[in-house]
Structure formats: structure tokens, C-alpha cells
Design a protein around this ligand. Structure first.
Ligand code: ASP
Length: 303
């Protein structure tokens, strides 16, 4: 008899200096349950990724979807990407506005176009064409009310302290389905106090997300600028292709991240055989995993 494939779902709600809340933990558990349900009923890993991330985007509990942070001009601009490891199909959007589920927007880019990444105003127009759900709080009347609050008052010391206490509350997921296909996705509002137009690692294939059935899947969180410089998702997977386990490959990449560029990150890393690793260089990382047996496991720290 052929051995059953190890169905697996991994999820994160960001890494950083602030302890995750109980509400965030239970949202991660719900997300794992909904992703595993898709896999157990024969669904594809890419479907599980979309459903898991949509749940977190719609919760308002994370810096993604309706909970996204504002850029310094008082507007929410969101980034998201997903990738399927069987055929290296990928879709991403950056600096999109007024949309409730950026991950579904990224899926539309993947399914409906020949492109990988759409950005800004044109990405928003493209997605609206498909009549996706809007985020009403991203509307211009709301922006005008909040914009003055975020202008000009911050001092650099306060800003530094604020950043130190900030959780990178980006959300992400990685999954392995019954056909052995790995998929990964990430969705974010960036981080607080960003210059308008800033784009992080999350929508960049190979940086914040990657999936390839020959080596595995990765979803990142953390300081996007540092993750981009090392193209971290692909970097970890290339090391696994050379024979290293998810644990060793991630540990090596994180050592380089910290030593060379004083970066900060957390990662979900899954191999096509079901081995996985969850690691972070930050104090906290809200994340969880489940292989469909027993109960899903969610924690605030992983060693
Ligand atoms: N990596 C994201 C970014 O830099 C932030 C996060 O992980 O929360 O945009």
C-alpha cells in the first residue's frame, strides 16, 4: 500500500517584541483547523493557504487585511503573495488599497493574468474589476479623519521605542496537500510609520514567500528590508535543496541575517516530506502547526 502523504498546515501571525494576545492565538488555531479541513477533504494546498490567510485578514487582529497599519500619510497600503510548488505558479500584489482580502487579490493575479506582481492604483483597479469585497475603513473619508493624527508629532526616541514594542503582525501560511504539493502565502499591511509607497518582502517572490515541490515552502515575517537583502525564503530553500533539514537551513540563514545585517525575522519552513521548522530571531512569534492528528498547536515562542 502506498504511504499516506503527511498533510500539514503551518500558520503565523507575525514576530516581534510584543507578546501575542489570546485572541490572536485562537484565530491562528481557527486558521489551522480551516486549512486542514480543506486538505482532508481533498483540496489543494493553495486553496488551504487562501482560506487560512483570509480568516486572519478578516479578523482585524493582525497587520493584514482590515487590520492593516497606516502609512505616514494615513492610508493603508497592503501587500500579499502566494505560490504553488508543483508548477511554480505565483501571484502577488503590492500597495493595494481598500480591499478586504489582499491574498485573494494575489490569487487573481496568479489565476487571471500572465503576470506575477501588480502594484498600486492599477492593482487596485484590476482587483475591483472582479468585484472582490471592499474594506470600508480604507475609504477616503476615514483616511481624512485619521491622517492629521499621524503627522509630524513623533520624536525619534519615541519612534524607536514604539518600533521596539511593535509586533510585526503580518500573517502567513504554508501547507502540504495529499498530492505532495507545497504552497505558501503571506499578507501584510507592512509596519507602522512607513513612508508612503514603501513595499516590504511579503509580496516579493523569493523574499517573503516561496514554494517549490523540489525543496519546500516558506512564509516569512519580520523586518522586510533585511529579509529582502538576503532573499531569505529562497535562500533557506536552496540550502534545503543541498540536503539540509528545515531546522538547520533556517538556523544558518538566520545566523547570517543577524550577523551580517542585524536583521529580524521569523519563518515557517516546510519540506515536501512534511518535516518543518518554525524559528524567529525576535522575542516572540505567534505561530502554529497541525498534521491533522490530535489538536492543532499554537505558541508564542519557538526554540
Ligand atoms: N515583513 C513585513 C514587511 O516588512 C512586516 C511583517 O512581517 O510584519 O512589510
Amino acid at each position: 500500500m502506498p504511504r499516506a502523504r503527511p498533510l500539514t498546515v503551518l500558520v503565523h501571525g507575525g514576530a516581534g517584541g510584543k507578546k501575542p494576545t489570546a485572541a490572536q492565538r485562537s484565530c491562528l488555531t481557527e486558521s489551522l483547523i480551516s486549512g486542514m479541513h480543506i486538505l482532508k477533504t481533498g483540496g489543494r494546498s493553495i486553496d488551504a493557504i487562501e482560506v487560512m490567510i483570509r480568516l486572519m485578514e478578516g479578523s482585524g487582529l493582525f497587520n493584514a487585511g482590515i487590520g492593516s497599519r497606516l502609512q505616514l500619510d494615513g492610508r493603508k497600503r497592503m501587500d500579499a503573495a502566494l505560490m504553488e510548488g508543483a508548477n511554480l505558479k505565483a501571484g502577488a500584489i503590492a500597495s493595494i488599497e481598500g480591499i478586504r482580502h489582499p491574498i485573494s487579490a494575489a490569487r487573481l493575479v496568479m489565476e487571471e493574468t500572465e503576470h506575477v506582481l501588480l502594484v498600486g492604483h492599477h492593482a487596485t483597479r484590476f482587483v475591483r474589476h472582479f468585484k472582490v469585497e471592499k474594506d470600508r475603513l480604507g475609504s477616503s473619508s476615514h483616511r481624512q479623519r485619521i491622517a492629521p493624527l499621524s503627522r509630524g508629532k513623533e520624536r525619534s526616541k519615541t519612534l524607536k521605542l514604539f518600533r521596539a514594542l511593535t509586533q510585526y503582525e503580518t500573517v502567513g501560511a504554508v501547507a502540504l496537500d495529499s498530492k505532495g504539493t507545497v504552497a505558501a502565502g503571506t499578507s501584510t499591511g507592512g509596519y507602522s510609520m512607513m513612508l508612503p509607497g514603501r513595499v516590504g518582502d511579503s509580496p516579493l517572490i523569493g523574499c517573503g514567500v516561496y514554494a517549490d515541490n523540489t525543496c519546500g515552502g516558506v512564509s516569512m515575517t519580520g523586518k522586510g528590508e533585511s529579509i529582502i537583502k538576503l532573499a531569505l525564503a529562497k535562500h533557506i530553500l536552496m540550502d534545503m535543496k543541498q540536503g539540509n533539514s528545515p531546522h538547520v537551513a533556517t538556523r544558518k540563514a538566520f545566523r547570517e541575517l543577524v550577523q551580517r545585517i542585524q536583521g529580524e525575522a521569523g519563518a515557517l519552513v516546510l519540506a515536501p516530506d512534511g518535516r518543518f521548522s518554525i524559528q524567529h530571531t525576535t522575542r516572540w512569534m505567534s505561530a502554529g502547526f497541525w498534521n491533522g492528528r490530535g489538536k492543532p498547536r499554537v505558541a508564542d515562542q519557538f526554540h
